[in-house]
Design a protein around this ligand. Structure first.
Ligand code: MRU
Length: 343
């Protein structure tokens, strides 16, 4: 199955065309749909760092194609390129995982290194889209019907090889006629919810309403939410989950109000080397993401700001973890270990 068939959605965050990586520049959405062509690994590193391409699986896939560009441009070796890609964003394990997988590629007889790397990058891209479809169906089947879902950040086609993780479950639930309403948290400060998730849902005519992040608990109090569904950037061996800042607040509010929490992520997001979430490195970004809104300055000049962009939700607060292999209720280290060993 090709990436396009597996995704079956109009929007593609990345595509390989004419020997170049084209990315849909997410810093310009929703105002402008512009594909930017990247021709060197340095450009790919910068696109990841500046979040023109973002979302854990999408940055892993971009890094894979970045190594194809590094090989084509005949760099002395791939290891320096791999190092700069790995360092572009620290929290999403997908980036490290994809780079590792690319470095393990074996070149077949009569094949160039570039061709071998391109074949692997395409495989990784298509596998992600296929995993999303499986997670979508699994997650949707776990929801009550009709269901009101609250989601955070952007976990859709823009963040993945296609379809999406948490947003993939929402898409599948909509196709299956199980969805009544989606609440989209705006996701301060970068506004992935307002700018990207709303844009994706609108294109597919899935009913949703945008809310300020701080409205979530009040909606739960009014019994307007059945499930919180989110993605993940890194899951420790015991199930502790790093995701976009604000996920932990949602988990706390959900637990208090008896709302269930689903985490949707491919098994490549599970970092078995980390015993628990305390060891997950949390990316901190610049103060200007808080003190400005687009071009508009919204805080007094010189305002100090602290901007951690991910948080960690303890496994014990997660009702179900959905992966391409199925699902784990009440994830812990033992259940996750046996889930990873399952076919
Ligand atoms: O900073 P971002 O926009 O890259 O953060 C993205 C998220 O936190 C997503 O929830 C996560 O990567 C899962 S995307 C399928």
């Amino acid at each position: 199955m090709s990436v396009e068939q597996a995704a079956e959605v109009a929007v593609q965050a990345l595509r390989w065309r004419d020997e170049r990586l084209e990315i849909l520049d997410q810093t310009q959405l929703p105002a402008r749909e512009h594909y930017q062509a990247l021709e060197s690994v340095e450009q790919v590193v910068e696109a990841i760092r500046s979040m023109q391409v973002r979302g854990a699986p999408a940055i892993g896939i971009a890094a894979a194609y970045g190594l194809v560009l590094a090989a084509r441009n005949r760099l002395a070796g791939l290891s320096a390129a791999a190092e700069s890609l790995r360092a572009a964003r620290p929290t999403a394990v997908h980036l490290q995982w994809a780079v590792q997988r690319m470095l393990a590629v074996e070149v077949g007889a009569g094949q160039s290194l570039q061709d071998a790397l391109l074949a692997e990058a395409r495989r990784l891209h298509a596998e992600d889209a296929q995993a999303n479809r499986r997670m979508g169906e699994t997650g949707a089947a776990l929801l009550n019907n009709p269901c009101r879902v609250l989601t955070h950040c952007n976990t859709g086609a823009l963040a993945t090889g296609g379809w999406g993780t948490a947003l993939g479950v929402i898409r599948s639930a909509w196709s299956a006629g199980r969805l009544e309403q989606v609440w989209v948290g705006e996701t301060r400060p970068w506004l992935q919810g307002a700018r990207l998730t709303a844009w994706e849902l609108q294109r597919e005519k899935i009913p949703f309403q945008l809310i300020v992040d701080s409205a979530a608990a009040a909606l739960m109090q009014r019994r307007l939410v059945d499930w919180v569904i989110v993605g993940a950037d890194r899951i420790a061996a015991n199930g502790d989950t790093a995701n976009k800042i604000g996920t932990y607040s949602l988990a706390v509010a959900a637990q208090y109000h008896g709302v269930r929490l689903m985490v949707v992520a491919p098994t490549a997001t599970i970092d078995s080397d980390l015993a628990d979430g305390a060891a997950i490195k949390i990316e901190e970004r610049g103060a200007e993401e808080l003190t400005r809104c687009g071009d508009q300055v919204i805080a007094a000049p010189g305002t100090p700001a602290f901007n951690p962009v991910f948080d960690v939700t303890p496994a014990k607060m997660i009702d179900v973890l959905v992966t391409e292999k199925g699902y784990v209720r009440g994830p812990d280290r033992f259940k996750i270990r046996s889930h990873l060993r399952s076919p």
